[in-house]
Design a protein around this ligand. Structure first.
Ligand code: TXA
Ligand code: MG
Length: 317
C-alpha cells in the first residue's frame, strides 16, 4: 500500500527526509535489522515525539545511528577494543553502550539522562544515506507501537504508527529481520544486553574472550527490550510446538512440520528464519480463522538466541 506518507527511498526522497529530520520531524528509515523511527539525536522535542508516537510509557535511552566510524570517538568514550569491534562489525547489527562524551544538553533526552550513549552504524544504504544527508546522528527505536511486533516492512510501520510520523522511507523488506545485538562495553567484561543480529559466537570468535549474556539486571535502567512481555502479537502464542492444535496458525522451522502454514526456513537456516520471523508473526496475528499461534522449536545457537529471545517474550502472558 502506498499513500502520502510512504515514499520509495529514491535519492530525492532521502534528501527530503533529511531536511525533515533537520527541522525536527520524524522519518521512518529502513535498516538491515528492522525499520527505525528516526529523529535528530540533538532535538529533544523530536525525541519526545518518538516516545509519544510509540506510546512508550517512560523515557528510555535510544540508539544513535551514525554513518562514520570517526564520529564515534567525539560522541562517546572509546578504546582500542571498541574501535576494533566497530571496524569489524560495522556497518551492521551491533550496538555499543558506551560512556557518553558529548555532554550537549540537547542530547540528554536521547540518552535518558544516563552517563552512557548507545550507538550503531546500520548497514542499509538508505539509512546510511539519510544519516549523511541529515548531518546528525539519528536516534531510532523500532518503528512500532510499544510492546508490539517489530516492523520489517514499510507496510508494518504504516499499520502500527500511521500518521503519527512525518514520512516513511520504503526500502523493501529488512534482510536481517531481528534487532541489533546490544553490548555493554563500559566494563571489563563485554555483556550482551540484547541478543540480536550479530551472534555471541561471532563476537567471541573475533575477541578471543568469552562474552557474557545479561538476563536483565534490576540495577540497570529498565530497557523495554528486556521486559518479559515485549514484541507481542495480540493472539496467544505457544512455543516449542511440534504439531498444531485445530485453532492454531502454525509457524514451522526446518522439518517441523509439514502441516505448518508458514515455515521460517525449510532448510533450517537461522539467518533466513530471523529475516521471516516478525513478518510471519504479523501474518499469523492477522488470521481470523485461527485465534492462536504455535511456533516450532528453534535451536539455541547463533541467531537462534535472538529468535528465541523474541518469541519467548512474544509468548509471555
Ligand atoms: O536493530 C535495532 O537496534 C533497531 C534499529 C532501528 O536500529 N533499533 C532498536 O531500538 O531496536 P529500540 O529502541 O527498539 O531498542 C533498543 C533497546 C531498548 O530496549 C533500550 O531500552 C535499550 O536498547 N538501551 C538503549 N540504550 C541503553 C543503555 N544505555 N543501557 C541499557 N539499555 C539500553
Ligand atoms: Mg523495539
Amino acid at each position: 500500500m502506498k499513500n502520502e506518507y510512504i515514499f520509495d527511498a529514491t535519492p530525492e526522497h532521502i534528501e527530503q527526509g533529511a531536511s525533515i529530520i533537520q527541522k525536527g520531524g520524524l522519518v521512518v528509515m529502513p535498516t538491515e535489522t528492522v525499520y527505525g523511527l528516526g529523529a535528530s539525536a540533538y532535538n529533544a522535542h523530536a525525541v519526545a515525539r518518538i516516545f509519544e508516537a510509540k506510546n512508550r510509557p517512560t523515557f528510555n535511552p535510544l540508539i544513535s545511528h551514525i554513518s562514520e566510524i570517526d564520529f564515534l570517538s567525539q560522541y562517546a568514550e572509546t578504546d582500542e577494543r571498541v574501535i576494533a569491534l566497530a571496524k569489524y562489525f560495522w556497518p551492521g547489527p551491533l550496538t555499543f553502550v558506551l560512556k557518553r562524551k558529548d555532554m550537549s544538553s540537547s542530547l540528554d533526552l536521547a540518552c535518558a539522562g544516563l552517563p552512557t550513549v548507545t550507538v550503531r552504524m546500520p548497514k542499509h544504504p538508505v539509512a546510511l544515506a539519510l544519516i549523511r544527508a541529515a548531518g546528525v546522528p539519528i536516534v531510532a527505536p523500532s518503528a512500532n507501537r510499544s510492546q508490539t511486533i517489530s516492523p520489517t516492512t514499510a507496510e508494518h510501520v504504516w499499520q502500527s504508527l500511521g500518521t503519527r510520523v512525518d514520512m516513511i522511507l520504503d526500502g523493501g523488506a529488512c534482510s536481517v529481520g531481528v534487532e541489533s545485538t546490544i553490548i555493554d562495553v563500559t566494563g571489563k567484561d563485554i555483556v550482551i544486553l540484547r541478543p540480536g543480529g550479530v551472534s555471541k559466537e561471532d563476537l567471541e570468535l573475533f575477541l578471543h574472550e568469552p562474552v557474557l549474556l545479561s538476563h536483565g539486571n534490576p540495577k540497570l535502567p529498565r530497557s523495554p527490550g528486556q521486559m518479559l512481555k515485549h514484541y507481542a502479537p495480540s493472539h496467544a502464542l505457544r512455543i516449542n510446538a511440534i504439531h498444531p492444535e485445530a485453532d492454531e496458525f502454525f509457524i514451522g522451522f526446518g522439518e517441523i512440520g509439514p502441516e505448518a502454514h508458514l515455515n521460517l526456513s525449510h532448510s533450517g537456516d537461522l539467518n533466513e528464519a530471523a529475516s521471516h520471523l516478525f513478518d510471519y508473526l504479523h501474518q499469523a496475528d492477522e488470521q481470523t480463522v485461527f485465534p492462536r499461534i504455535a511456533i516450532a522449536p528453534i535451536p539455541e545457537v547463533g541467531l537462534g538466541l535472538a529468535i528465541n529471545d523474541r518469541i519467548r517474550r512474544a509468548a509471555y502472558k
